[in-house]
Ligand binder design. Sequence first.
Ligand code: AR6
Length: 166
Amino acid sequence: MEIEIIQGNIADVEADVIVNAANRTLLGGGGVDGVIHAAAGPGLLDECLELRKSTYVSGLPTGQVAVTKAYKLKAKHIFHTVGPIRGKDDLSLLKDCYVNCLKKAVELGAESIAFPAISTGAYKVPVEYSAKIVREILKDFSPNMRVILVLYRYADKSIYDEVFSR
Ligand code: AR6
């Protein structure tokens, strides 16, 4: 496994899988979710609406993953996952987001996957907590895959770099 930590906009990253930090409704929002929907185009919202009618009638539960096509993104799939909200949910569910995405990526034969720092924006989870969880998970993950961790803020990339250098 190859781990890359980069600063940038996740919608510009080339990878088989782009992970979206979604919300339960699957119908879009701000942050990463807004950027991914805007870059992918309207087909994505249509597919999400269909998923809500068929598979996730009461919304996507925190920690689980829903797969859609990638539309105009340079990817094969978008994985939508909902992180825990600080002060409301059990933060250990953040681990489920990453583990379930990685398992699904293996299942689909993906060779690369790009993650944002799920829950560290609107959902207020500290970036250092996120970095430690992600590092723990990736330490135990053996499949031959390129994992790209995309941080939007330079300060957040520095925190990830520091935690991964320990
Ligand atoms: N590329 C990579 N990372 C980004 C980008 C980008 N273009 N834009 C922001 N970030 P957030 P959450 C960083 O709020 O905390 C949405 O409204 C950002 O700096 O996108 O899981 C959804 O619809 C932060 O570090 O996701 C949900 O309602 C990280 O991505 C809710 O927000 C996550 O920030 C989900 O909140």
